[in-house]
Design a protein around this ligand. Structure first.
Ligand code: PSU
Ligand code: MN
Length: 318
C-alpha cells in the first residue's frame, strides 16, 4: 500500500488476510447505523448482516471513520460505540477528508463507503438503497453524490433499488448518463426499496451470481471504471406494495418541505418520518431487504473470487 494512504486506512487483520488470500470480502456502510435506523435495531441489524455474510462464505467489512482513520472492519463494541455516539458526521465524497483531518467520528454513505472499499481492495458492497435524484430536484438540485460515485469507483453495489422517496425515473436517467449498468437480479422491473417494483423496467437483467461475476470481469478487462448496480428486490413476504408506500412517501415529503428540511438531513428525516407513519413497518422491510442484499453480495463475492481464480487485481490501484 502507498505510504501516505497507510496514514488514513486501517484494515482489520482478518480482512487484510482474506484480501491477500483472494478470499471473498463484502463491504458494508455505516450511515444505515447512524442515520438510517433507530437504536437498538440499528446495532442488531448491523451485527445480523455481518453474520449472514459469514454464513454465506465471505468476510464482512463494515466501514466508518473513527479517530482520524477510515476503519475497514469494525468489531461489535465499535459498532455499538458508533451507534450510540451523538454528532456523528454523515460522510460522503465531499467531506471524507474533513472527517479524517479533524478526527471527528463519521459514518460513511454509499459514496464514501465505495471510496474506502476501493482503497482497501474490496470489490463487493451491500447496502439498502442508493441515494439519487430527489423529487423536486429541478428546483432544489438535490442529487445524491452516490450517483457520481457509482460512475467512477470500481466497486459492485448490491441494493434493493433506489430509495422510493426519490424520483426513480430521473435517478435512472442520471445513472445512464454516468455510464452505470443498472442490473435487475432475477427481475424485469426496477425494485423500489420497500416495494418489489417501481413500475419502471430495469435496463439489464442477470439471473445468477456467476453471470454477474462474469460481467464484472469483462468490465475490468475493458478497463471501464465505475460500479455495476445490482438491484435485488425485497422478498415478497416483507414488501410494502408501491401504491401504499406512495401515499406515505408523499405525506412525508410534504411535511419535510413544510419543516424546511434540506441538504444531508433530507434522506434521514424522510426515513424516520416514514417509519413513524407506517407504525414501524417500513423499518421491518428495510431490515429484511438489507439482510437479503447481504446474502446476495456474499454469494457474488464468492462467485467473483472463484471466476478470477486468484487474480483479483482491480483497476485504479494495485
Ligand atoms: N440505505 C438505507 N438507509 C440509509 C441509506 C441507504 O437503507 O440511510 C443512506 C446511504 O448511506 C446513502 C444515503 O448513501 O442514505 C443517501 O443520502 P443522500 O440522499 O443525502 O445522498
Ligand atoms: Mn442530497
Amino acid at each position: 500500500m502507498i505510504e501516505a494512504l497507510k496514514l488514513h486506512l486501517n484494515i482489520q487483520p482478518e480482512i487484510k488476510q482474506a484480501l491477500e488470500n483472494n478470499q471473498p470480502v463484502v463491504a458494508l456502510e455505516s450511515t444505515i447505523i447512524t442515520h438510517g435506523m433507530p437504536w437498538p435495531r440499528n446495532v442488531e441489524t448491523a451485527m445480523a448482516v455481518e453474520t449472514i455474510i459469514r454464513e454465506n462464505g465471505a468476510t464482512p467489512a463494515t466501514i466508518a471513520v473513527l479517530d482520524g482513520k477510515i476503519r475497514v472492519g469494525l468489531d461489535a463494541e465499535t459498532i455499538e460505540r458508533l451507534a450510540k455516539e451523538t454528532d456523528v458526521l454523515k460522510l460522503s465524497r465531499a467531506d471524507l477528508a474533513y472527517g479524517l483531518s479533524t478526527g471527528k467520528p463519521g459514518s460513511t454513505t454509499v459514496a464514501a463507503t465505495m471510496i474506502a472499499a476501493e482503497l482497501a481492495g474490496i470489490e463487493v458492497f451491500a447496502t439498502g438503497g442508493i441515494g439519487g435524484v430527489h423529487m423536486g430536484a429541478s428546483q432544489s438540485f438535490d442529487i445524491s453524490a452516490d450517483l457520481g460515485e457509482l460512475g467512477r469507483t470500481n466497486v459492485m453495489v448490491i441494493c434493493a433499488g433506489p430509495k422510493a422517496i426519490l424520483d426513480v425515473e430521473k435517478t435512472l436517467e442520471v445513472l445512464e448518463t454516468e455510464g452505470v449498468p443498472v442490473v435487475g437480479y432475477n427481475c424485469d422491473d426496477l425494485p423500489a426499496f420497500w416495494s418489489r417494483s417501481s413500475g419502471l423496467p430495469v435496463p439489464l437483467r442477470l439471473d445468477s451470481c456467476e453471470e454477474i461475476a462474469k460481467m464484472w470481469l469483462v468490465r475490468k478487462n475493458l478497463r471501464q471504471h465505475g460500479s455495476i448496480l445490482i438491484n435485488n428486490p425485497v422478498p415478497e413476504a416483507d414488501e410494502i406494495p408501491a401504491d401504499i408506500m406512495a401515499v406515505h412517501i408523499a405525506q412525508a415529503i410534504k411535511e419535510a418541505e413544510e419543516a424546511g428540511v434540506s441538504g444531508k438531513a433530507v434522506t434521514p428525516w424522510l426515513l424516520s418520518r416514514i417509519l413513524e407513519i407506517t407504525g414501524g413497518k417500513s423499518l421491518e422491510t428495510n431490515i429484511a431487504l438489507i439482510k437479503n442484499n447481504a446474502k446476495l453480495a456474499a454469494e457474488i463475492a464468492v462467485a467473483s473470487c472463484t471466476l478470477s481464480g486468484g487474480e483479483r487485481k482491480s483497476i485504479g490501484f494495485t
